[in-house]
Design a protein around this ligand. Structure first.
Ligand SMILES: C[S@@+](CC[C@H](N)C(=O)[O-])C[C@H]1O[C@@H](n2cnc3c(N)ncnc32)[C@H](O)[C@@H]1O
Length: 279
């Protein structure tokens, strides 16, 4: 049972962000991830869940950094090479360094970006970050209910769903358990993509190692209760019917690495990423 003292009201300034209630008794994926990336928008309960993961595998924060590095390269590819001008980032997380709209706008300032996340705290922080940006916005939505994303007026005002766009689902599907049927969730999103659209996906990767099973155990039992490590084969169905962009769905650091991409991490085989294109 929650006590009123277990809740705080997130800071709200001006007329932009609505106040949201934050449950301090449970870790949130967005805040744990923020902590692991070195952010400040987290609480003791989040740091404790993160600690359980880092106790299992001390190098675990590198996985989050590898994910952000994949996103940097992937979004640059989508905008600079594939010519994408509309992006929907589902499970976008709290603002961090090098946010998707900032990466996209380096290549093309007119790209429209919609951030969508189930955690209302993301909406609050996102609205502050994006207050002065006419080409990016944030909505609250649930990836398992595509209408909350694609039917959201906050999105349809920004994205022309009849024209090609890119959907990013980075670091989210591994937080859905098997009963939530991630392949079905992704299939419903693929169905919404018009021809010429792209789907970018990243997730924890089960490489068969002890580290993978230890990490999965820590995620499932350390407070978050979610964090599945699935094999490349289990996850390849996410791209069914799409043409994979070279080099395919692979360990994330093997996807078009550049001079900033880490090659020496012991956890580099525990994260996968890829981009598919709808014909
Ligand atoms: C690990 S963070 C990833 C953030 C960012 N996409 C990245 O790759 O750096 C996962 C995010 O997914 C969000 N999330 C979890 N379940 C979700 C759902 N059913 N629908 C939408 N977002 C969800 C969490 O709130 C969290 O912000």
């Amino acid at each position: 049972m929650r006590r009123s003292s277990d809740w705080i009201r997130a800071a709200s300034t001006g007329d932009i962000p609505p106040a949201v209630e934050v449950d301090l008794t449970r870790p949130s994926i967005a805040r744990v991830y923020d902590y692991v990336l070195g952010g400040k928008d987290n609480f003791a309960v989040d740091r404790s869940a993160a600690q359980a993961v880092m106790t299992a595998v001390p190098e675990a924060p590198n996985i989050a950094r590898d994910n952000r590095d994949f996103l940097r390269r992937g979004v640059s590819y989508l905008v600079a090479e594939a010519g994408i001008t509309q992006i929907i980032d589902i499970g976008s997380g709290l603002p961090t360094v090098k946010n998707v709209h900032e990466i996209a706008h380096e290549a093309n300032p007119s790209v429209r970006v919609v951030y969508a996340d189930i955690d209302p705290v993301v909406l609050t922080h996102g609205r502050v970050l994006l207050a002065d940006d006419g080409n990016a916005t944030v909505i609250t939505a649930d990836v398992t209910q595509p209408d909350t994303v694609f039917g959201n007026p906050g999105l349809t005002g920004y994205i022309d769903l009849a024209e090609p766009f890119a959907v990013l689902i980075a670091g989210l599907l591994h937080h859905l358990n098997d009963a939530e049927d991630p392949p079905k969730v992704v299939a419903a999103i693929r169905d919404r993509l018009p021809s010429g659209s792209y789907l970018l996906i990243t997730n924890f990767l089960d490489d068969g190692s002890r580290r993978a099973s230890d990490l999965q155990h820590a995620f499932l039992t350390g407070g978050l209760g979610a964090g599945r490590f699935r094999t490349l084969k289990e996850q390849s169905v996410y791209f069914d019917g799409l043409d994979l962009v070279d080099p395919g769905f692979v360990p994330a650091n093997e996807w078009r690495p550049d001079e900033l991409t880490r090659t020496d991490s012991p956890v580099t085989s525990l994260y996968a990423g890829g981009i598919g294109r709808k014909r």
